[in-house]
Design a protein around this ligand. Structure first.
Ligand SMILES: Nc1ncnc2c1ncn2[C@@H]1O[C@H](COP(=O)(O)OP(=O)(O)OP(=O)(O)O)[C@@H](O)[C@H]1O
Length: 265
């Protein structure tokens, strides 16, 4: 079973716009040009003792359509949880949420999502639910594999692929379904440097050559920011800064520098 396929094209989740953020025409213009928009989002988990622990708290962000953005923040700040909410895998407790559809979620571990016998079969797998003929399936699979630079691997057994190649096949599966929003959770964690660069470049090039596909990429690697159109930095379940990639890079580096200064003092 292809785990990517399980969550491809998830249903819409919409909540009322909170009054404090309904600022008339300006707000409407931002929402209309955004692929992802959330305002004052919250999400809590319930402990065994019955207490609610907030994981996402008053979280707001805007990701413009047709761009490649990255989501960063310290371990445990809520990046994966937020991504799952954006993907429709978790329901927020409150706030406003809009994500263009169809949307697809690509997971961290490539071995959990590329499991059909061949590359071609894996990318075609998620197309079974659409009412399209074989020619259309063949053409979508070829186009998606071409977009991630994997067309020459069409007939390859998936167990012969590297981790990065599997990740690119997983991304191709999402693209074949004509997804509008790609949500990518730390794809490069298990990859060596060459594979890591290959995957981030493939996603960047898919977004750049598409007609309006948007990608949000969770990462810890500051060096990946050079490929991003913009970035979001989270702490304690909320977005604390959103802007261009160099602004976020400088912000994180200055935080790291003051932390190092603090522990050396
Ligand atoms: N189902 C759950 N029950 C209890 N706590 C949870 C649950 N899901 C997430 N958490 C907690 O919420 C916080 C945020 O988790 P999340 O995985 O979203 O963080 P993250 O920023 O993606 O972390 P990392 O960078 O380490 O992957 C963590 O403290 C985590 O332990």
């Amino acid at each position: 079973m292809n785990a990517t396929a399980v969550v491809r094209s998830t249903a819409a989740v919409q909540f009322p716009v909170p009054r404090a953020h309904s600022t008339g025409e300006n707000y409407a213009a931002v929402v209309n040009s955004s692929a992802i928009e959330c305002r004052n989002l919250s999400y809590s988990v319930r402990t065994r003792q019955g207490n609610f622990v907030p994981i996402i708290n008053d979280c707001s962000l805007t990701i413009p359509s047709g761009q490649f953005w990255m989501l960063l923040g310290p371990n445990g700040c809520g990046k994966s949880t937020l991504l799952k909410i954006l993907g429709g895998l978790l329901n927020p407790g409150g706030g406003y949420l809009h994500v263009n559809k169809p949307r697809s979620f690509v997971f961290q571990n490539p071995d959990h999502q590329v499991v059909m016998p061949t590359v071609e079969a894996d990318v075609a797998f998620g197309l079974g639910k659409f009412n399209i003929d074989n020619d259309e399936i063949t053409s979508r699979v070829a186009e998606a594999l071409d977009a991630v630079g994997m067309y020459e691997y069409l007939k390859r057994p998936v167990q012969t692929l590297s981790g990065g190649q599997k990740q690119r096949v997983a991304v191709a599966g999402a693209l074949a379904e004509a997804c509008k929003v790609l949500l990518l959770d730390e794809l490069t964690s298990f990859l060596d440097e060459d594979d890591q660069v290959g995957v981030v470049r493939a996603v960047k090039s898919c977004v750049a050559s598409s007609k309006g596909t948007t990608a949000l990429w969770v990462t810890h690697r500051l060096e990946e920011l050079e490929y991003a159109d913009g970035a979001v930095y989270m702490e304690d379940g909320r977005v604390v800064l959103q802007g261009n990639a160099s602004t976020i890079k400088n912000f994180v580096e200055s935080k790291q520098a003051s932390y190092i200064k603090h522990i050396n003092s």
